[in-house]
Design a protein around this ligand. Structure first.
Ligand code: ATP
Ligand code: TYR
Length: 493
């Protein structure tokens, strides 16, 4: 009980009311999209490579005088801070003597991480940018148990094959995002697999107080529910708590971060470290949480709902990912820029002012957001693919098309599959009817005469045009358009 009181007292509530509410609108409207920046994509300097050091030193309110720029202050200013376990973390964050080593855990409960999880990755990246070290932990062991935090019913048990597939998917995302940075990627199954139950009870269980465990939000809520809470899920907090202790002791990790729903699990770790290892005051363990990203209906951005914003390109194409951010409502875009990008706050403030001016070109802020976040998650190639597909879908676009671009477009326009001999040497008029672009050959001919029929974004003016091998893009697909907006993707079956 004393530990619970101490933890509660040390909890610094900074903005508990603050929720990052964004709209769940998942529109793919493309009519307003133009891409004057297309040619600049190759120039990666266009994207935010501004380091925390540069950013904070240019801010008169946070002159760092040669010390580490204060990452905790940065979080506060960007709306990325909910709570910290002790204000000492803030002082340490700007000390030159001490580099912080921070970890965030992700249970592999799906094949891909999602937008909610991206916040943890962004917060880890901010620590890196401010000169600290980062560890991304995959919960290969904890996913077998299931975190009850924020869950009204017990999570379904995952079989080993699914778990392994999920771990692989998450590793891929980490390697795209973290690339050559020095982020250490660990799997907690590595230390749990040989830990016997008896050893666990002796080394961990003995120090955990039932009163403190029951008082955790995740447990309290579930105990009151009809389904109750299994012993397995009840133990989860100690597993995550021990992870922190293990990483503190063996890898020098001294900070754990997570969404606000992780507070109970994070403090389980700081409590265990304090009790078992009794570190001196200048070698403490700290926790930091960020607010949850919520949809406009107040529900958490997660994996369990329809239309999850997945980070893996195999679950959501970079094009669709980009489109999501391009369609964020004006009311949310500035907050999103602060939370989800590394752009200088001054630049974001400037964009905010621009949005109120009559000369503002609609969606400029959304485009900036979509470019920054897509580049961060999918790299330069992913962004390139997304912008090319967006541009190709623009009414009247004459973009040169490749197979990948047409496939990306196919997510948003009707498509059909035809055999090779139903396409090759067939007249364009016949093909556009069999593909469903026109109801009749006469309608097709009429528009063709008016110059309104396009094959792979090139206007066709001859009624006798037949499909030649080179019209079939990469031997796989064609894009037919009637006028500027109606399109059909034809796949070769
Ligand atoms: N919407 C969100 N906003 C901020 N952080 C989030 C969000 N969703 C998850 N996280 C954070 O990501 C990490 C992993 O969370 P978790 O595995 O519970 O994800 P989840 O996919 O939301 O679960 P589920 O959809 O099954 O509830 C935790 O630190 C958690 O706080
Ligand atoms: N409990 C976290 C994941 C996690 C797992 C192990 C840890 O040590 C830390 C975090 C979640 O579900 O979101």
């Amino acid at each position: 009980m004393a530990a619970a009181a101490a933890a509660a007292a040390s909890r610094t509530l900074l903005c508990s009311h603050q929720k990052l509410i964004i709209s769940s609108i998942y529109s793919t409207t493309t009519s307003k999209i133009t891409h004057p920046f297309l040619h600049r994509i190759k120039n990666s300097a266009f994207f935010s490579s501004i380091s925390c050091v540069q950013q904070l030193q240019s801010d008169p309110q946070t002159q760092t005088h040669g010390r580490h720029p204060n990452v905790v202050d940065t979080f506060e200013r960007r709306g990325l801070l909910e709570s910290i376990t002790s204000d000492n973390l803030r002082s340490l964050a700007s000390s030159n003597e001490k580099t912080l080593k921070v970890y965030c855990g992700f249970d592999p409960t799906a094949e891909s991480l999602h937008l909610g999880n991206l916040l943890g990755i962004i917060v880890l990246s901010w620590f890196l940018r401010c000169g600290h070290q980062a560890v991304a932990l995959i919960g290969g062991a904890t996913a077998r148990v299931g975190d009850p935090s924020g869950k009204s019913i017990e999570r379904p048990e995952l079989d080993i094959d699914t778990l392994e597939k999920n771990i692989l998917g998450i590793r891929k995302t980490f390697s795209t995002i973290f690339g050559s940075s020095n982020v250490v990627i660990l799997n907690n199954y590595d230390w749990w697999k040989d830990f016997s139950f008896l050893d666990f009870l002796k080394q961990v269980g003995r120090f955990a107080r039932i009163g403190t465990m029951i008082a955790k939000e995740s447990v309290k809520k579930r105990l009151e529910s009809e389904q109750g809470l299994s012993f397995t899920e009840f133990s989860y907090q100690l597993l995550q708590g021990y992870d922190f202790l293990y990483l503190f002791q063996n890898k020098g990790v001294n900070v754990q971060i997570g969404g606000s729903d992780q507070w109970g699990n994070i403090t389980a770790g700081t409590e265990l470290i304090r009790k078992i290892l009794q570190p001196d005051s200048d070698n403490e363990a700290y926790g930091l949480t960020f607010p949850l990203l919520l949809k406009s209906d107040g529900s958490k951005f997660g994996k369990s709902e329809d239309g999850a914003i997945w980070l893996s390109p195999s679950m959501l194409s970079p094009y669709k990912f980009y489109q999501y951010f391009f369609s964020v409502p004006d009311a949310d875009v500035i907050r999103f820029l602060r939370i989800l990008t590394f752009l200088d706050l001054e630049e974001i403030d400037e964009l905010e002012k621009d949005m109120k001016r009559p000369s503002y070109v609609p969606n400029t802020a959304q485009r900036r957001l979509a470019e920054e976040v897509t580049h961060f998650v999918h790299g330069e190639d992913g962004l390139n693919e997304a912008v090319k597909a967006t541009e190709a879908l623009r009414p009247g676009a004459e973009t040169k098309l490749d197979w990948k671009t047409i496939e990306a477009i196919a997510e948003d326009v009707p498509s059909c599959s035809l055999a090779y001999d139903q396409v090759l040497n067939v007249s364009l008029v016949d093909l556009s009817v069999s593909a469903g672009l026109f109801e009749s050959k006469s309608a097709a001919r009429r528009l063709l005469k008016q110059g309104g029929v396009y094959l792979n974004n090139n206007r066709v003016d001859s009624e006798s045009k037949r499909i030649e091998p080179q019209d079939i893009v990469d031997d796989k697909v064609l894009l037919l358009s009637a006028g500027k907006k109606n399109k059909v993707v034809v796949r070769i079956a």
